[in-house]
Design a binder for this molecule. Structure first.
Ligand SMILES: *Cc1c(COP(=O)(O)O)cnc(C)c1O
Length: 407
C-alpha cells in the first residue's frame, strides 16, 4: 500500500492540471487530464453527412436522438442489470402512457410485427416457440388475413414467422377467409385509405371470430394521440417505430397490447435463444432510451412544433417560388409522415434542370442536402428532421440551383 505522502508525490509527478492533489484519489486523474479533441468519425472515415430535408427514412439513418435520450443511453451503458427486468419495468410505464395492458420495446416496428405474431402463434408454449418458423404438423395456426390495399414490403415481417398471407377486400371475404388456420388479422394504418374495411370494422370482425387483430402504425405519429388511439379502439396488438418522429433510437420500436400476447411475444425475444427473434436484440440502452424518447415526445408542445414546421416550410417555399418557373404546393399527408410537406416542380421551359442533376448538385454541395422523392420532375421537402436554421440553408441552396438553371 502507498502511504499518503508517497501517493501525493506520485500524483504530483503526473502531468496533471490543478485541483487533484488534495483529493488524493488517483482515479480522478483521468478526469483532470486535458481533454482530447473529440474524434470526428464521419471525417475520419470519409462518411458523408447531410441536411435531411427528406424525412424519417431508414436508409438515411432515420432521425436524430435528443440530448435526454443520448444521456440516458450513456447512463445506462455504465451498469449491468437483467435484460428482462428492464423490459418488465419499462414495459409497465410505457403501457400506462399508451393505454395498453402491456408493452415491450422491440428492435423497430418490423420486429414488433414478427414478434407479436410469433406470440399469437405459440402462446407461452416453449416447444412451439422453438418450432417456428415451421408450422406444419405442429398444431399451430398459419394464416394472416390482410386487405389487398394493405400489401406492402413489410408484410415480410408476418411471413418470417412461417405464416402465409391471405388477401381479402370486403368484410364478406374476411368471413369467407377465416378458417381453423387463421392466426391473426393485420391492418396497415398508413394505407387505410386503400382498403375497403376501416379500423373499427376490422376490430369488430376480429372480435366476432375471436381472432386477434394487429395494426402497424410505424410512421403514424404525429398526431401524438395515435399512440393510444388504436389501443383504445381494441386492436390486440399495436406496432410502432421508435426512431421516426419520436426520435428514439433508430433500432427501437414498441409492441403494445394484450398482456398475454406481449408475454408470449417476449418468449421469442432475447435473452432467450431457440427463437426466431434472437437476432432482434435490443439492450438496456435502447430500451431506456426509447422510454425517455416516448415520454419526451408525449410531453412536447405539439402545437408549437407544428407552427415551427409550418414556418420552416413557408420560408423555403417563399424563397424558391421567387424563381420564375418554380411551382410549389404545401400539403400534409393525412396518413403517415403527417408533417407539412413541400412538393416542388418546375417548368422545364423556364428552368432547364434535370431532376437527377439537381439531386446530385444538392448532394455534392456544401453542406450536402438530401431531399425527398416525388414524381419524375418533382421532389419534396420536409423540415421535421432538420436542425434549427437548416431550413435557411436549404432555401438558399435550392434557390441557387434553380436560379442557375433559369433561361
Ligand atoms: C418504417 C415502417 C416499418 C418498419 O419500421 P422499423 O421501425 O424501421 O422496423 C413498418 N411499417 C411501416 C408502414 C413503416 O413505415
Amino acid at each position: 500500500m502507498l502511504n499518503r505522502r508517497k501517493l501525493i508525490k506520485r500524483l504530483t509527478a503526473l502531468p496533471v492540471v490543478g485541483g487533484l492533489v488534495g483529493s488524493g484519489l488517483p482515479l480522478q486523474s483521468a478526469q483532470a487530464l486535458p481533454k482530447q479533441p473529440k474524434r470526428d468519425l464521419f471525417k475520419e472515415l470519409g462518411i458523408r453527412t447531410f441536411i435531411n430535408a427528406a424525412g424519417t427514412l431508414t436508409f438515411m439513418t432515420g432521425s436524430l436522438m435528443q440530448d435526454e435520450v443520448l444521456e440516458t443511453i450513456n447512463f445506462a451503458a455504465k451498469e449491468f442489470c437483467l435484460l428482462d427486468e428492464v423490459q418488465d419495468k419499462v414495459g409497465e410505464k410505457i403501457a400506462k402512457l399508451v393505454h395498453s395492458e402491456s408493452a415491450v420495446v422491440t428492435s423497430g416496428a418490423f420486429s414488433a410485427i414478427t414478434l407479436g405474431l410469433a406470440g399469437v402463434l405459440t402462446g407461452t408454449d416453449q416447444k412451439k416457440v422453438e418450432q417456428l418458423p415451421h408450422l406444419e404438423y405442429t398444431g399451430m395456426k398459419s394464416e394472416v388475413i390482410i386487405q389487398k390495399g394493405h400489401d406492402i414490403v413489410y408484410k415480410q415481417a408476418l411471413t418470417n414467422t412461417g405464416c402465409k398471407v391471405v388477401f381479402v377486400e370486403t368484410a364478406e371475404e374476411v368471413e369467407k377467409a377465416i378458417n381453423e388456420r387463421t392466426a391473426m388479422m393485420w391492418f396497415l394504418h398508413i394505407q387505410s385509405d386503400k382498403g375497403k374495411i376501416q379500423h373499427e370494422e376490422w376490430v369488430a370482425l376480429g372480435k366476432k371470430h375471436n381472432i386477434p387483430t394487429m395494426i402497424d402504425i410505424a410512421a403514424d405519429v404525429p398526431p401524438v394521440e395515435n399512440l393510444w388511439k388504436f389501443n383504445d379502439m381494441g386492436f390486440d396488438l399495436v406496432c410502432i417505430s421508435g426512431g421516426k418522429a419520436m426520435r428514439g433510437p433508430q433500432s427501437a420500436g414498441l409492441l403494445m397490447g394484450k398482456k398475454n400476447l406481449i408475454a408470449a411475444a417476449r418468449m421469442h425475444m432475447p435473452p432467450r435463444g431457440f427463437t426466431i427473434g434472437r437476432g432482434m436484440k435490443i439492450n438496456k440502452e435502447e430500451i431506456l432510451g426509447m422510454y425517455v424518447a416516448l415520454e419526451k415526445f408525449i410531453n412536447l408542445d405539439h402545437d408549437k412544433i407544428w407552427k415551427q414546421w409550418e414556418e420552416g416550410i413557408a420560408h423555403i417555399d417563399n424563397a424558391i417560388k421567387k424563381v420564375d418557373g418554380v411551382q410549389t404546393k404545401t400539403h400534409v399527408p393525412p396518413l403517415g409522415n403527417h408533417t407539412p410537406t413541400l412538393e416542388v416542380t418546375w417548368d422545364k421551359n423556364k428552368v432547364k434542370l434535370e431532376k437527377q442533376d439537381l439531386i446530385t448538385n444538392l448532394r455534392n454541395g456544401n453542406p450536402s442536402i438530401e431531399v425527398g422523392g416525388g414524381g419524375p420532375d418533382a421532389f419534396s421537402v420536409t423540415v421535421w428532421m432538420m436542425k434549427p436554421g437548416q431550413e435557411k440553408i436549404v432555401a438558399k441552396r435550392l434557390t441557387e440551383e434553380f436560379s442557375k438553371a433559369t433561361v
